[in-house]
Design a protein around this ligand. Structure first.
Ligand code: DGT
Ligand code: CA
Ligand code: CA
Ligand code: ZN
Length: 580
């Protein structure tokens, strides 16, 4: 039984006591749970070694709770808990995870409607039964349904792009503590996953307690779940949880590696260490000779040293998913990933001609400030009436305006060049929303799907391929149309699309907008393997959206893409030559 599992049972006790209306007990069990969750060592092991003495120094664990813990560790449960589970046979943690649902309501739901779990709750809410309960109305019912929907779609995970700026601020705050020797954000954020469960912050310091105290005093913290000497677990005001660990400097590399993950990558590395007769954990790589006491540290101060000792080339965090990177590192076949500063142009930019916030000129100036050498203006087309999409006449008019802006920019010695483009809608049958005559006049033709998301795989694939076969079509924008946590991807045969891209010379876009990240990593890797070229575009709808490009680059790196795979890393002339 892990500390977290033990803590969860104590939290459950706290909720039962709240249902019972008991005084003090809910807070006492909550506190004991927090203490155990933040212990640096596993309580089960400690109990095996020391018996009841193992509980002596745990804050909040008095005689009563210690008795329960003893029973729990020996028998897997304790009588008082089992009795309450019998009295309230409900999935209490599952129900409490819904926003606005607490122990008191759970009791009411059980007693009046026999609601045991999330599925029961959803059924009752949809049937209009919640509003019949005392103290609850239609509004509470709607709120519960919304809470359930959120839990289902996101699993509570947040978009990387919605939190990274704030995480960076937090990281620099922690780095600025005088006792901090090294600081880094690890976990899924360092691997730049699309969505993030929680923030893992790692610090190297010889004074962990001072670091903890300063961390706990930060105003962005809204709740402390628990804190120990080297480990603290908090909730931030932005709704995310954060874990802080402090390690000695000599273990920095090993700890950074461990807490960066992924778990699967860690497991594979550990197996490799074992094969070499070593032991790998968050404190270092050790020679196992002479048992625990005689173990000698072989590596662990830096990650580079750790990989080297294991006979591997350094593996970038974005690749650490145990998807073949360890084998590639062993064979010296890792890709030389595209770098974060490698993008020169942006091929999907909207303006106030349709649903963007800024003018063509404002977007060009912002792009120039962001260090870009060229952008394509790609406003929506007429089929998207909602965005005031452009028809042929307006496209021609916009081309003249782009000429005017380019001239003006040159006059001011601004080197960012504005290309004429479109985000042309693909109709249901794969025909396009602008005539070939107009498409032929543009520098960059992007096409995309904004309707009929639910066509069969066969129809959807045929539709996109027909658009790709148009000789004027250069790029397919956000191929699958997904919105992370909001809308599923359309169903397409990705292998057929990639084959068609190869055959027709069409480029596929990696859309960098944080809720799109479309293509996903697996598809990018397929493109790389097939030799199909890609662009990384911000899909900017406002002047400050060029910062999104970073998320697209991260996505490309997670898909093993090199600079050569992404054509907008090239200077303008070479970029244009790479199009159809
Ligand atoms: P998340 O938070 O769900 O977005 O994903 P991660 O990868 O940040 O996962 P998290 O926060 O649970 O743990 C951070 C890292 O710590 C994880 O990437 C690898 C390491 N880790 C956590 N639990 C285990 C474990 O049971 N075994 C191993 N080998 N590593 C673990
Ligand atoms: Ca995490
Ligand atoms: Ca974590
Ligand atoms: Zn748009």
């Amino acid at each position: 039984m892990t500390n977290r599992e033990i803590a969860n049972i104590l939290y459950e006790m706290a909720m039962f006591f709240e249902m019972e209306g008991a005084a003090f007990k809910p807070a006492a069990y909550e506190r004991a749970g927090q203490s155990i969750e933040s212990l640096d060592t596993e309580l089960a092991g400690l109990y095996r070694e020391k018996g009841r003495n193992a509980f002596a120094d745990i804050p909040g664990v008095g005689k009563g709770i210690a008795d329960h813990l003893k029973e729990l560790l020996e028998k897997g449960d304790f009588r008082e808990h089992a009795a309450l589970v019998k009295k309230y046979p409900v999935k209490i943690a599952e129900l409490a995870a819904v926003q606005g649902v607490g122990p008191k309501m759970i009791k009411l739901l059980w007693q009046k409607l026999k609601i045991k779990n999330l599925a029961d709750l959803e059924r009752a809410a949809k049937a209009g039964k919640i509003r019949t309960l005392p103290g609850l109305g239609e509004k509470s019912e709607q709120k519960i349904l919304k809470g359930i929907e959120f839990l289902k779609t996101s699993g509570g995970r947040k978009l990387l792009g919605s939190i990274l700026p704030e995480v960076r601020t937090l990281e620099s705050l922690v780095r600025s503590f005088p006792e901090t020797e090294e600081a880094a954000v690890a976990g899924s954020i360092r691997r730049r996953k699309e969505t993030i469960g929680d923030i893992d912050i790692l610090v190297a310091s010889s004074q962990p307690e001072a670091v903890m105290q300063k961390f706990l005093a930060l105003p962005i913290i809204s709740h402390v779940y628990g804190h120990g000497q080297t480990k603290t677990n908090v909730r931030l005001k932005n709704g995310l949880d954060a874990d802080l660990r402090v390690v000695p400097k000599k273990s920095w590399g090993a700890a950074l590696n461990y807490f960066t993950g992924s778990k699967e990558h860690n497991v594979a590395l550990r197996e490799r260490a074992i094969k070499k007769g070593w032991k790998l954990n968050e404190y270092g790589l050790f020679s196992a000779k002479g048992g625990q006491a005689g173990a000698k540290m072989v590596a662990g101060k830096t990650e580079e040293e750790l990989y080297k000792k294991l006979g591997l080339r350094y593996i970038e965090p974005e690749l650490r998913e145990n998807m073949g990177e360890i084998e590639a590192a062993r064979m010296n076949k890792l890709p030389h990933l595209i770098g974060y500063g490698d993008i020169r142009g942006d091929l999907q930019v909207q303006t106030d001609w349709t649903d963007g916030d800024n003018s063509i000129e404002e977007m060009a100036l912002a792009a120039s400030d962001a260090g870009l050498e060229y952008i394509a203006i790609t406003d929506h087309t007429q089929y998207l009436a909602m965005t005031r999409g452009l028809d042929e006449k307006k496209v021609i008019k916009q081309m003249a305006e782009i000429d005017r802006v380019n001239k003006k920019l040159r006059g001011r010695a601004i080197t960012c060049h504005v290309l004429k483009g479109t985000e042309c809608d693909i109709h249901k049958d794969g025909s396009l929303d602008l005539t070939d005559d107009v498409l032929s006049k543009l520098d960059v033709v992007g096409v995309s799907i904004h309707s009929y998301f639910k066509l069969s795989r066969e129809e959807q694939t045929k539709r996109v391929i027909r658009a790709m076969e148009n000789p004027h079509v250069d790029i397919v924008f956000h191929l699958t149309g997904r919105l992370i946590n909001k809308r599923p991807p359309v169903d397409v045969d990705i292998d057929a699309i990639i084959a068609a891209a190869k055959r027709t010379g069409t480029v596929l876009e990696i859309n960098a907008s944080p809720e799109r990240l479309d293509l996903k990593d697996e598809y990018i890797r397929k493109c790389v393997e097939a030799g199909v070229k890609m662009t990384i575009d911000s899909d900017a709808h406002a002047a400050d959206h060029f910062t999104f490009l970073e998320y697209g680059i991260a996505q490309a790196r997670r898909g093993w893409a090199t600079k050569n795979d992404i054509i907008n890393t090239r200077p303008l002339k070479d970029f244009l030559q790479a199009l159809k």
